[in-house]
Write a protein of this length. Sequence first.
Lengths: 120, 120
Amino acid sequence: MARAATTSDAFNAIAEPQRREILVLLRGGERPVTELARNLGMTQPQASKHLRVLREVGLVRVREAGKQRLYGLDAHGLRPVHEWVGGFEEFWNETFDRLDEYVRDLKQAKQEEPPDDDDQ
Amino acid sequence: MARAATTSDAFNAIAEPQRREILVLLRGGERPVTELARNLGMTQPQASKHLRVLREVGLVRVREAGKQRLYGLDAHGLRPVHEWVGGFEEFWNETFDRLDEYVRDLKQAKQEEPPDDDDQ
DNA sequence: TTGACGCATTCCGATATAGGCATATGATGA
DNA sequence: TCATCATATGCCTATATCGGAATGCGTCAA
């Protein structure tokens, strides 16, 4: 009854801009928490929390290195997202072409009757 | 202090599973609210609310047709999402598979090629 | 005009988020 | 052992979500 948990899937996890930035940074290799925090201008606890979310959905992995914890990218979970969105690829080109036609129809439809479409 | 609004961008809008399903249905063409609701097993108000969000981020457009409102896909807002996620494409095959691949490689070849590992 | 239909909006309650701050946990080195 | 650095976690507040139920509003047909 509230929004789905941020940890419910990759879609929710990457909805947060800061988490996306973390992932981008991690493309450059493993990074300790403090460095991520500093690079993104956030506090350490914030970074840790975001990393926790990313870890729970499996987008990052941790490796212990002495006092530090090196977070690294695990982009596997992004693949389903890419594929889902990719399912619309043909549409974001076509939509524009049809927009003209659509607008034209709109103007016309205001004077004529709307074509009867299937209800149901 | 709360999560970013669902209407803040496409990332947030598509984080909700039901909204994703709506978009998928709309790939088949324009649909009135009631039909969407029925097809997805949700109430009409729920469908309307989700459609409002999708409309506010520009992922769908409405067309008035008599009593009905036909919602249609406008996928070009998904393109940035696709591109952002696509920026990780090379990583979900390589990067941290290292561990898995390493193990697999051990079984296969004990000394094929020295995998160049440079982290950072 | 009335009534039925299609849809949008509002109010409600429950939930969990993100941020700030303080603190607990853990490893390291003297 | 103690002090210190690196992280994680707990608590708090403000906010916006999603779902449900009721209702408002516009359109069409009789």
